[in-house]
Design a protein. Structure first.
Lengths: 428, 428
């Protein structure tokens, strides 16, 4: 299609690497995919969902309400339950009935089609082409697709084992201040819980430092700079201590925007996500959501209301946390046996992914020998370079890989890692 | 929020009149709403949905597949069933197993969150601020919200009882050719079946004339001009003969884009819609959809697969068609008794809406005496002027109203229309 038919956005939109990877997996059913961000099929809550939907649709009032349009913002009970849940995750020792701070208000929650749609709505609300965002380096690669299509410019903040490198954040902000580009900086985006792709968890101290820094530099921007905390994997914590969200650091919710989802923690086929939005952005987000779809499917929202009201959500969570703990440990133990000593990784405390760092001279990209050789061995991973934003300030690292223990079975994880080990051993 | 924080799109986005009308209805539970575009609560398919979901979730393979992520484009079986259904609606006499023309290919169908999301995706793919679209005058008002936020410029094509005024379409195209503005014209948007808001149905002859005209003028544009047929209400036909879609007129699907939905015909709480997209736009739409949500909820798609596979869809359709026929006839008969002779309306053959035309000097807008007096009488309608695009070429008519027989009960329809009649009688 000629460029002048498509909009600028249409012309900028690129094929997501996800599509390519999914196609590769579909084309070769014998492939062991350690690339898919799917959850574990065996953990999907068939029984709970069946019982709850049967109850909803067996009641004429509940059933009719579930099969009718809802509101653009989303079901009020679901928003209330979500607000309470967030509050009790942040302040487990205080009763969630009456949160003392306004950051946990159902009125500020918007229900979306997964947290992905929230990322899109928010980006549309804030970004004109050429505007700037600071992202983790590496970051969630589907977000980079949004950024690309909207013409957003990204700058990467280096990651450490416990979250972004605060010093590098400060350097970047200072650089933007000096160049004047800070006037186009709208937001800092942090995937703070068991990050996709690295699995790393950001400490509360770092969250606080990031918020303080951004507040300090805001006067140079001439407008608010928001902090977007993407907590998609938060509930998939299987070890380590819980960490409060940035909402807990911004009691009047002026600068922190939070997004979460029940896709990962309950069922990916249900796709109920949400955003928690400051008052100053709420009406804009709702107007854009009204244009997108004037509300997410009501039946799925009513399902999540019942799931969250009973005890099933907690017991389901505990079961999947146990399972991912075991699968991650299986993966790490086989990696230890099968990978050469020059290959490194962190031990994830949650989420679905491990991040593997190879010697710098080894390439892992789609055209690399390692990727091709892995495909020949029928094993698929996500090349690390797909997770880095376009940022002229540094070369994209190309010696890393995201390996998921989410959807593959234990035997497949063992076999897949062994095969990767054989690919590496040829390069020694 | 200051304008320089929001994007241009964010700043342009306006509150949907829907939000205002919904709030008015929520604030006054005693209100009779003839404004809501909801379907009839009593027709919602509780039993069918319950049985089918129970079957899906009772099978471990079907259930797991339904609760897992699907693909960005949507479930292949659902797309195949949809393609076949469209083909058999257009060519009822020919076997739908092997459609002889490529416009009915599952490969060109994208599953979306209602047809509304498809309208959004397509608009994003084609429109830069300042680009032009021709729309019916009046047209679907939530589409006007999209147009406004994306900075699209609209020109209205006058409506007649059987669809757009083809002569006026030609005049508009000729005017755009002369002014050179045709270079910014991307699309003609027709809500061709039981149009929202007027209930009017476009004849196949007019569809053909529109397509021919647009093809004739395309060379002046320098790029394709697409025809978007919005068939959201197509399956709600309760009288009159069926009309084939524009897909039947474009055998290689070069210029016709089609959107439909199972929201209206099955359940609004399920929100499974779709678009049928020419090859030339398909990858762009899929890329944008990947950024929005990388696929609609799989559970609802699997539900629709089972609904369409069995006989339940047809029997459900027949039941709701009968019901809407009866409700529309009740409405019309009370209108005949209660409204003065100076008030006119068409007899709808489908859909959920009747369009009422008052004498020109009577105003119906949100600030009009009629609207306020109606609210005082606890009855709500959609002011006609909300359904007209911003078009400097004509004054917005302000003497019409959309009255829905979709969601209100028969007694409420009778009482609501009588109250409107009393409001009118005071103006005589």
């Amino acid at each position: 299609m000629k460029k002048h038919t498509l909009s600028q956005l249409g012309a900028r939109a690129e094929d997501s690497p996800i599509s390519w990877l999914m196609k590769a997996a579909l084309d070769r059913p014998e492939l062991i995919s350690l690339a898919a961000g799917f959850t574990d099929n065996a953990t999907l809550p068939l029984k709970i969902t069946r019982e709850i939907l049967d109850g909803i649709l067996g009641s004429s009032s509940k059933g009719r309400s579930a099969l009718q349009y809802g509101t653009t913002q989303g079901d009020l009970t679901l928003r209330r339950l979500t607000a309470r849940r967030l509050y009790s995750l942040d302040f487990p020792e205080i009763s969630p009935e009456n949160p003392p701070v306004s950051s946990y208000s159902a009125g500020n929650i918007v229900v979306t089609n997964g947290s992905q749609q929230f990322l899109y709505l928010l980006s549309e609300a804030l970004y004109d082409p050429g505007d700037l965002i600071l992202v983790e380096d590496p970051t969630y690669f589907v977000f980079l697709g949004i950024a690309k299509s909207l013409g957003m410019h990204c700058r990467g903040i280096r990651m450490q084992a416990d979250g972004i490198d605060i010093k590098h954040l400060e350097e970047q902000l200072e650089g933007l201040r000096k160049s004047g580009e800070i006037r186009r900086l709208k937001m800092v985006y942090l995937v703070s819980y068991f990050q996709n792709p690295t699995g790393r968890n950001t400490t509360l101290e770092k969250k606080k430092q990031a918020l303080d820094l951004v507040r300090r530099y805001e006067s140079h921007a001439g407008h608010p700079i928001f902090l977007l905390e993407d907590a998609a994997y938060r509930e998939l914590r299987f070890s380590g201590a819980p960490v409060a969200s940035m909402l807990s650091l911004d009691p009047h919710q002026e600068r922190v925007i939070y997004t979460g989802t029940y896709s990962k923690s309950f069922a990916t086929g249900v796709r109920v996500g949400f955003g928690v939005v400051p008052d100053s952005l709420l009406s804009t987000i709702l107007r854009i959501k009204a244009n997108h779809d004037f509300g997410s499917p009501n039946l799925l929202q009513k399902l999540m209301v019942e799931v969250l009201t009973g005890t099933q959500y907690e017991s389901h969570l505990q079961a999947i946390q146990r399972r991912y703990l075991r699968k991650s440990r299986v993966m790490l133990s086989v990696m230890k046996k099968s990978f050469p000593a020059s290959v490194h990784w962190d031990i994830p405390q949650g989420g679905l992914n491990a991040w593997v760092v190879l010697p710098r001279k080894w390439r892992t990209g789609l055209k690399s020998r390692i990727f091709k050789e892995s495909l020949n061995q029928n094993v698929l991973y996500v090349p690390g370079n797909l997770c880095y934003a376009e940022d002229s300030g540094r070369r994209k690292p190309d010696h890393e890989m995201r390996i998921s223990f989410g959807s593959a079975s234990e035997p497949d994880i063992r076999e897949g890692i062994r095969r990767l080990g054989r690919v590496f051993s040829k390069l020694q």
